[in-house]
Design a protein around this ligand. Structure first.
Ligand code: PSV
Ligand code: MN
Ligand code: MN
Length: 386
């Protein structure tokens, strides 16, 4: 098995994009809890994202969600982010919080609503021009609750037309990334429920259209790493929304519910070339911190991704291939598990110190006083949700 030393240089380029909404208050449909220090402005969300990067060196970009993060001057916001030491990353559209979208957005039967949804995406593209963002990420709440409620088939056609209208406005260096989700908020059918549908839709658009894989968006027991392998094989894995789940789209800290799954996913990422610095795969978090503090929640998350990436890089691929080739079932399995069971935490702590980072970002954050400062300073104004 390769040693940590042998793989450690490959950790240098790791970058995980954090979501602006992770810093806002969140909750369930039962209750959104307020918490001291929660951002009241988009700038405060960006400052918190920058803190995650300062303590970990892992999170140089923050994704925005429009209109949650709408501002008047995106050039000024981009400059503000740079002052804080981060960049604005993916722009996420949002057609799920407006009454007009009750029965759908890009798939709606009414051309007026459809046009409104398309125009929202064109506005997102303009924001990307101002922020220098590469990716427009589209997740749709579109679907239906009752059999017969909607014509599922014509909605696919309308989706294709709407996406084509948006795709036509992309600049050469911009991409459209389509995110699928099995259910919720629609409970009977969802217009982009799975990777197959997302793939069919993006393939019809062209080379700059990709699929986003949110790890919480599958049926229980789905082999998510198989989907990773397949999308990479087809050159269509645009991004991840990392989180973990016990039941549905729980949006918990990545690697907390099932670290082994995160390891298996990262192994397929590495195996398929998705970890190369120029692979075009954007690694993002999509999480909400309902009960834990948000900044340490994000720090824990990026560290979990780093830890499982290290272990995945340590799989002895030569021995694995040899065992597979020899039909040695348990031998191959053992090679795989050896890497998974390797504790790299002390190595990572030392690695961080050689790069001027705190050995324990969690402890360093707790001792830094940042949390106390924001809790004392951010009184008054309205706390943001999501
Ligand atoms: C939908 O569940 C989703 O995963 C999409 O990425 C949304 O943009 C995000 O969550 C919002 O929280
Ligand atoms: Mn998501
Ligand atoms: Mn989700």
């Amino acid at each position: 098995m390769p040693t940590f030393e042998q793989i450690s240089q490959q950790l240098d380029h790791q970058a995980i994009e954090v979501p602006s909404w992770a810093y806002g208050n969140s909750g369930t449909r039962f209750k959104v809890f307020g918490s001291a220090g929660t951002p009241r402005t988009v700038q405060e969300k960006i400052a918190d994202a920058a803190a995650v990067h300062r303590f970990t060196g892992l999170a140089p970009k923050v994704a925005l969600h429009i209109p949650w993060d709408k501002v008047d001057d995106y050039a000024a916001l981009t400059a503000y982010a740079a002052e804080q030491g981060v960049q604005i990353g993916t722009i996420n559209s949002n057609t799920f919080q407006d009454d007009d979208y009750k029965l759908g957005g890009l798939t709606h039967h009414d051309p007026v609503i459809r046009r409104k949804a398309i125009d929202h995406h064109l506005e997102c593209l303009q924001i990307m021009d101002a922020t220098g963002s590469q990716d427009l990420k589209i997740w749709l709440a579109d679907g239906s609750n009752y059999p017969g409620q909607a014509d599922m088939r014509s909605r696919q056609d309308r989706l294709a037309e709407s996406l084509a209208a948006i795709y036509a406005e992309l600049k050469d260096d911009q991409r459209l990334v389509l995110e699928y989700k099995i259910f919720e908020p629609a409970f009977y059918h969802t217009d982009v429920p799975d990777w197959g549908t997302a793939l069919v839709q993006v393939q019809a658009l062209g080379e700059k259209a990709m699929v986003c894989l949110d790890t919480g968006h599958h049926a229980p027991s789905t082999n998510v790493e198989f989907i990773v392998a397949q999308l990479l094989r087809l050159g269509r894995l645009g991004s991840f929304d990392f989180n973990s789940r016990f039941y549905a789209d729980d949006d918990l800290i990545v690697g907390s519910a099932d670290p082994f799954q995160l390891f298996r996913i990262m192994f397929e990422v590495v195996r398929g070339g998705g970890y190369a610095a120029d692979s075009g795969v954007a690694f993002m978090l999509d999480q909400c911190h309902n009960v834990e503090k948000k900044i340490p929640g994000q720090i824990r998350s990026v560290l979990n991704v780093q830890e499982m990436t290290s272990r995945a890089l340590m799989v002895d691929t030569e021995s694995l291939a040899a065992a597979q080739q020899a039909g040695d079932v348990l031998g191959a399995h053992e090679v795989f598990m050896d890497a998974f069971y390797t504790d790299v935490r002390a190595d990572l702590a030392a690695w961080r110190e050689t790069r001027g980072l705190p050995a324990s970002p969690m402890r360093a954050y707790a001792e830094s006083g940042y949390q106390e400062t924001i809790e004392a300073d951010r009184v008054g104004g309205t706390q943001l949700s999501w």
